[in-house]
Design a protein around this ligand. Structure first.
Ligand SMILES: *Cc1c(COP(=O)(O)O)cnc(C)c1O
Length: 386
């Protein structure tokens, strides 16, 4: 079993929907599904005004598509650097020809809104063209308050585009593209969306589509124009469609509808994240391990990064996999001695309790200093919802 922050567990229904021979790609069901996906994608980003684009790529391709279609060589962008993914998106922008400035942080907290506001005020010429930020940074497991970030931009009357990487936690953490004033949303298929890696998504709001008109980083493959008003399905994908992935995506969206929509799915993630956080809080009392994100309200509902002190995280991960077949996420970038639990997408209490029970057994096997039972704390936290 994998409990890593992507690729997440793929439901059997999605896998089965993908298992099929090559269909007619010129007309019929596949073509209908491709256009149906364009109709259904805006709802999961909570937008009625943005156009959805699909790239046949991982999330990095969606990052690239967002940059190339909105910015020009020499533009200045500000990256709100609350972790490794925001930083890497900024680096991609820099190698694409944009001047990147960073609002740095300690990687244990969300964006400092006051510092952000000061940075915008200092930009008296209003030369910053875009703000790059992540909803949930998968390295640190911080969840940024995108609504508040949008409000700061508005209060400063600053015209920068707000571009948000939701790759880790779209359909896990609450996200409202239109209501929060977001111009560009970026996501990928393999995390909250429960589809194997291979699709990237970019939702471009009206201001982003206006920025496109003058963006000189536009490149052939990623260019929005031919993909935007396609007379042929082929143009949506700038080539052969990702056939299996489209069938898988349709099935995943159907499953989300059957579950009762985004509010229900967000709530499920909140409850399951609550169980995981309760377990970590219980284990952490003797100080052997700790949450990376200090402020409880800023902890993601899709992934949790656990810092280890006396406990060897590499050994913990090795033992959990060798003894029980549980794959945990490793600590990436400068997170050091850490591990991560992915809790995104196709997830239920048995999955979460199994993961936590396996971690607890592994911690016991290592003689690690843990306080009370994390599994008991998780079960108690779930009980009121049963
Ligand atoms: C996974 C992830 C990415 C990278 O996605 P790939 O599909 O690996 O390219 C970028 N940003 C965030 C927040 C992620 O979680």
């Amino acid at each position: 079993m994998v409990s890593i922050p992507g690729p997440s567990t793929i439901p059997d229904r999605v896998l089965n929907a993908m298992h099929r021979p090559m269909p007619n790609i010129y007309q019929g069901e596949l073509v209908d599904i491709a256009f149906e996906m364009l109709d259904r994608l805006p709802a999961i980003a909570r937008t009625t005004t943005a156009h959805p684009f699909i790239t046949v790529s991982n999330g990095h391709g969606a990052w690239q598509m967002a940059i190339n279609n909105t910015l020009s060589r020499g533009d200045r962008v500000l990256v709100l650097e609350t972790g490794n993914f925001a930083k890497n998106w900024g680096q991609m922008a820099a190698t694409s020809g944009v001047i990147v400035e960073a609002l740095e942080a300690d990687w244990r907290s969300p964006v400092d809104l006051e510092a952000f506001s000061e940075r915008l005020e200092a930009d008296t010429e209003k030369g910053i063209k875009a703000i790059l930020v992540v909803l949930t940074d998968t390295a640190t497991s911080v969840r940024n308050d995108i609504k508040a970030i949008g409000e700061v931009l508005q209060a400063a009357d600053h015209p920068a585009l707000l571009m948000v990487d939701c790759i880790a936690s779209l359909c896990c953490d609450v996200y409202e593209m239109d209501a929060w004033g977001v111009d560009v949303t970026v996501a990928g298929s393999q995390k909250g969306l429960m589809v194997p890696p291979g699709l990237g998504f970019v939702w471009a709001g009206p201001r982003a589509l206006t920025a496109y008109e003058t963006a000189d980083l536009r490149t052939g493959y990623f260019d929005w124009e031919p993909r935007r008003t396609p007379d042929l399905m082929y143009k949506i994908f700038a080539g052969t469609p990702p056939i299996q992935h489209l069938y898988g995506l349709k099935e995943a969206l159907n499953m989300m509808d059957e579950e009762g929509g985004l509010e229900k799915i967000w709530r499920r993630h909140e409850i399951l994240a609550g169980a995981i956080h309760a377990a970590i809080a219980a284990w952490s009392s003797p100080g052997g391990l700790d949450f990376n994100i200090i402020e409880p309200a800023a902890r993601s509902h899709a992934v949790t990064t656990v810092l280890c002190n006396d406990i060897d995280a590499t050994e913990l991960r090795r033992r959990a996999e060798e003894s029980a077949g549980l794959v945990l996420g490793l600590g990436i970038a400068n997170m050091g001695n850490a591990f991560r639990i992915g809790h995104m997408g196709h997830l239920n209490p048995p999955h979460v309790l199994g993961t936590l029970g396996t971690i607890e057994a592994t911690l016991h096997s290592m003689g690690a200093p843990i306080g009370s039972s994390g599994v008991a704390a998780a079960a108690a936290s779930l009980a009121p919802h049963f």
